[in-house]
Design a protein around this ligand. Structure first.
Ligand code: FAD
Ligand code: DLZ
Ligand code: SF4
Length: 508
């Protein structure tokens, strides 16, 4: 006898989900469904599809081992309706439960669908908050109310106090809330880089790889380097690997970039946290423990924990505060098409080529590559933020709209006019030269600003500042930039803008 149907979505792969906690195992059936509508709302990277479907299939087995009855609908099943609503309706007919329990969806699009079910379906529906976040949607809205501008730093301090992470009584551990100034070192030539743990696909993953190659053959990305963990044990091993060989250096080299070395000292765990294979707070406690044991310096521990209880929670709060209009934001009125090299990697710009090619091969690029290479280029070239958003949502294994959209539109493109962050992440080639080894192998000259061989970032940077002056002039953080521009001679300004225009005209 089934009293309850528990719907588990593809990014809710934890036995601690509020929906499972609220259900009685002996009288419940768990419904999981692979549906075409989720697989196609953007053209996901092949590795992301394999990761999600394989992780869902492994989680179904984990639930069965733990005593749950699971009704799992595969993409290949002939009767698959291709949509969540269709699959829920079919499951209601099969099991005739009195109640449907679901944890709220991560994405607005799916939550709107769930909200519609109350009218559409003849069953009691209980939709519970997602208990994997430290700050609920309501608590964030309360924190945000009355503020004209959001600032992550103040929100983050509240999260430190709330969790007690890196706190010494009421004071921050080490006497400072933020050690970011110490976290901007470029990589030294002779620094040892650890080889990071990758996971060979098991039989189930290989089956899914065949399915994805057959059904999604023209999606972006390759599968030959697939090395993601697809179950809880693997995700925990990936976390162990980060703790054992990378976390101590995470802070110092967080912003560094090295050609051909995609992973450096990053944790590579965002996808596992986002789908529920790792718990964010437990991850932070592990890192805090390393700091307390003297194995990890404060700048690394604080820098890492800030990303999770600060940025990750903050962007989720902004997403739910601002959706559904947020996706249309375009404060700088940027309209240019996304250049084809975001897909092909075929460009003479060595920095973009490396970021795009590793994205194709690993469905991964670290934060500074996303923000300061592909993100900054799009910003200063005036690429349509919605087109860029769809690109970021497609190409990374960890991409879910609630976290990707605020990072892209808000942090990276300033398309919300400075609601999420205080300044646009515009930069010239000298930033990339300082933080990476890209420029030494590039056909362009990072030191030149005009002429055919000049690094395109240089002229585009000034062109961006000049053409957006009416939007940005009141931003106090850009005063120095505009006084430098004003000090330039007219010929120099014209040359810079000409170089930018010619380069932009050459984009396809
Ligand atoms: P690490 O560098 O090791 O950081 C540790 C953890 O902190 C990450 O695993 C992640 O959970 C969290 N984190 C770090 N930075 C952020 C941030 N800005 N916002 C939210 N969480 C953060 N992250 C996603 O999870 N999904 C996305 O779709 C996504 N899209 C992005 C798009 C753009 C334009 C930018 C600039 C950033 C985006 N990020 C996204 C944030 C960040 O780049 C990734 O979380 C990070 O690169 C994942 O790699 P990692 O696990 O090795 O992270
Ligand atoms: C990303 C994704 C994909 C590709 N496929 C599925 C799927 O077939 N079934 C499913 O339950 N979830 C999938 N997901 C994850 C969902 O997109 C994710 O759960 C929602 O975006 C949450 O709002
Ligand atoms: Fe990128 Fe310019 Fe450096 Fe080339 S010279 S790698 S385009 S920043």
């Amino acid at each position: 006898m089934t009293d309850t149907l528990v719907l588990i979505l593809g990014d809710q792969l934890s036995r601690d989900m509020s929906s499972l906690k609220a259900a009685d195992q002996s009288s419940s059936v768990v419904l999981m469904c692979e549906v075409l509508e989720e697989a196609t709302y953007v053209k996901h990277h092949k590795q992301k599809l394999v990761f999600i479907f394989s992780a869902m299939r492994h989680f179904a087995a984990e639930l069965e081992d733990a005593g749950w009855k699971v009704d799992y609908v595969r993409l290949e099943d002939k009767a698959n309706s291709g949509a969540f609503s269709g699959e829920v309706k079919r499951a209601l007919k099969r099991h005739k439960p009195e109640k449907l329990i679901v944890t709220e969806a991560g994405e607005w699009r799916v939550q709107a669908m769930i909200d519609g079910w109350a009218e559409e379906l003849e069953v009691e529906i209980e939709c519970l908050p997602d208990n994997r976040f430290i700050c609920s949607k309501d608590a964030f809205a309360h924190w945000a109310s009355g503020r004209k501008q959001m600032r992550m730093e103040y929100f983050y301090r509240e999260m430190r106090r709330k969790t007690g992470l890196l706190m010494d009584g009421d004071e921050p551990e080490g006497g400072q809330w933020n050690f970011d100034k110490e976290n901007r070192k470029p990589l030294k030539e002779d620094l040892f880089l650890p080889t990071r743990k990758r996971f060979a696909p098991d039989a189930l993953t290989q089956q899914v790889m065949e399915l994805v190659e057959a059904r999604f053959s023209d999606n972006f990305g390759t599968l030959s380097q697939f090395g993601w963990a697809v179950d809880r044990k693997g995700a925990e091993e990936a976390l162990d690997d980060f703790i054992n060989c990378a976390v101590a250096e995470f802070g110092d080299y967080q912003d560094a970039m090295v050609e051909g070395r995609p992973f450096l000292y990053h944790s590579l765990i965002s996808a596992y946290i986002n789908v529920g294979l790792l718990d964010p707070l437990s991850v932070c406690r592990r890192v805090e423990e390393c700091f307390k044991d003297g194995k990890v310096p404060i700048n690394a521990a604080e820098g890492f924990i800030r990303q999770i209880i600060g940025w990750r929670e903050y962007v989720r709060g902004i997403y739910w505060l601002k959706m559904p209009d947020y996706v249309e934001a375009n404060a700088l009125d940027a309209k240019r098409d996304l250049p084809w090299f975001y897909w092909s990697g075929e460009t003479d710009m060595a920095c973009i080529r490396d970021a795009v090619c590793q994205t194709r091969d690993y469905a991964y690029a670290h934060h500074i590559q996303r923000l300061m290479i592909t993100g900054t280029f799009a910003l200063i070239a005036g690429i349509d933020p919605k087109a860029l958003h769809e690109w970021y949502l497609s190409v990374y294994v960890d991409a879910f709209e609630w976290v990707e959209l605020p990072n892209t539109l808000g942090m990276s493109q300033f398309a919300d006019g400075g609601f999420l962050g205080s300044k646009p992440y515009a930069a010239s080639g000298s930033y990339i030269d300082r933080m990476s080894n890209y420029c030494s192998g590039c056909r362009y000259d990072v030191k030149s600003r005009t002429g055919e061989d000049a690094c395109p970032f240089n002229a585009l940077y000034w062109d961006f500042m000049a053409r957006n002056r009416h939007h940005l002039k009141s931003n106090g953080r850009l005063n120095r930039v505009y006084s430098n521009w004003d000090r330039m001679g007219d010929d120099q300004k014209q040359d810079l803008r000409k170089r930018a225009r010619e380069f932009l005209d050459s984009l396809s």
